[in-house]
Design a protein. Structure first.
Length: 367
């Protein structure tokens, strides 16, 4: 029994640390996921939406700390009970999400590992079983270091998490797991392979003839039947979806995506929501983009905000470029800073910068 308890402790501890560090690498992304859960159509906890980032940082650091304390055997009562309560809560959350199909990705491992709702629920059930083994076998758990040394390790772990979290918030995630990472080509990311799987649909035809209803199911062919009818289309198997599927560059109702992705040196200022952006960031953005324009670069903005809002921003900061429209979710996925800068060379991402690092934009003289 002792070996089973210790093995369970190691598995849960390591998984907590890995899961927590992946999310701590991108706390802004995890906060977006929490906002999905807090939305009216899911948990209806809109009160917490403004605090999503703070909650995200607390949860991921707490998860890493619990993982470390489980491995060390430190604070046994507090650690085991906290781990149990946390996993019970997330088990309920993933079941609710899976059963009602509310949030299609729990964000348990950030963008590194995508899990379906039912996969997330299954993972939480396994963790719950392991934690129950740990709870009932808690007398077998012994600290692996002296009390003072364990305290030092726990405190250093907490400090390291705080420093790492602060760094990625002031800059960008250290590791980029998204399809828009440096070196990725956006055009290629939107393309479909020639052998891409196609979606499969089922058609339910309901015919009414002489007051009687008859339902016929087909894969698309019109049934050989008579009478008035209605048809319901159901997707029974999803087709291939490219990693980049909602990226556009539109202005005045016209799509400029293909043309702009052919530009040799394109600087793109991204602000998914100008009303939620860091206002001081546009001062840095202004300096960097003016320098880019002088060096022969084409500069544009991308935002999901209305033309009226982008025009007001342009006038306020005397920006020397026009804004184009792109889906808000796509812009949040591209880069976590709001505002931010990316450089594209024929659709390939070669630089990504937080507004704090706008002055570090590397330019070549193209004049």
């Amino acid at each position: 029994m002792k070996q089973i308890v210790n093995l369970s402790r190691i598995l849960v501890g390591v998984l907590f640390i890995i899961s927590g560090l992946i999310k701590l690498n991108d706390p802004v992304g995890f906060s977006f996921k929490l906002k999905d859960y807090f939305a009216p159509e899911v948990l209806n906890l809109e009160l917490f939406i403004p605090f999503a980032l703070l909650i995200a940082i607390f949860v991921v650091i707490f998860e890493v700390m619990l993982g470390a304390m489980l491995l060390l055997g430190y604070g046994k009562r507090f650690t085991i009970w906290s781990s149990l309560l946390m996993i019970i809560f997330f088990t309920f959350l993933t079941f609710y999400s899976a059963y009602y199909n509310k949030v299609t990705d729990c964000g348990c491992f950030g963008d590194a590992i995508k899990l379906t709702p039912w996969e997330s629920f299954s993972k939480d059930i396994v963790l719950l079983v392991l934690l129950l083994i740990i709870y009932f076998g808690r007398n077998f758990i012994q600290p692996i270091f002296t009390s003072n040394l364990q305290k030092i390790i726990v405190y250093l772990t907490f400090i390291a998490c705080m420093v790492f979290g602060y760094y990625v918030l002031q800059h960008l995630p250290v590791v980029d797991f998204r399809p828009y990472k440096i070196g990725a080509n956006i055009s290629e990311g939107m393309s479909y392979p020639s052998n891409a799987a196609q979606p499969i649909f089922e058609y339910r035809w309901t015919f009414t003839h002489n007051g009687a209803e008859k339902v016929i199911v087909t894969n698309g062919n019109f049934p050989k039947d008579e009478g008035e009818y209605t048809v319901e289309t159901i997707m029974i198997q999803e087709g291939y979806e490219p990693p980049i599927h909602d990226f556009t560059m539109e202005r005045d109702g016209e799509d400029f995506t293909a043309d702009l992705l052919e530009e040799d040196n394109l600087i793109v200022v991204i602000s998914y929501s100008i009303s939620n952006s860091e206002a001081e960031g546009f001062v840095n953005i202004k300096e960097a983009t003016d320098k880019a324009i002088k060096n022969g670069y084409k500069v544009i903005g991308l935002s999901a905000s209305s033309p009226e809002v982008t025009e007001a921003l342009t006038k306020k900061y005397q920006l020397n470029f026009d804004f184009y429209f792109c889906d808000e979710t796509a812009l949040k996925t591209i880069i976590r800073s709001n505002p931010s800068l990316i450089e594209l060379q024929k659709g390939t991402i070669v630089q990504k910068l937080h507004w704090n690092d706008a002055s570090k934009l590397q330019l070549s003289n193209n004049k």
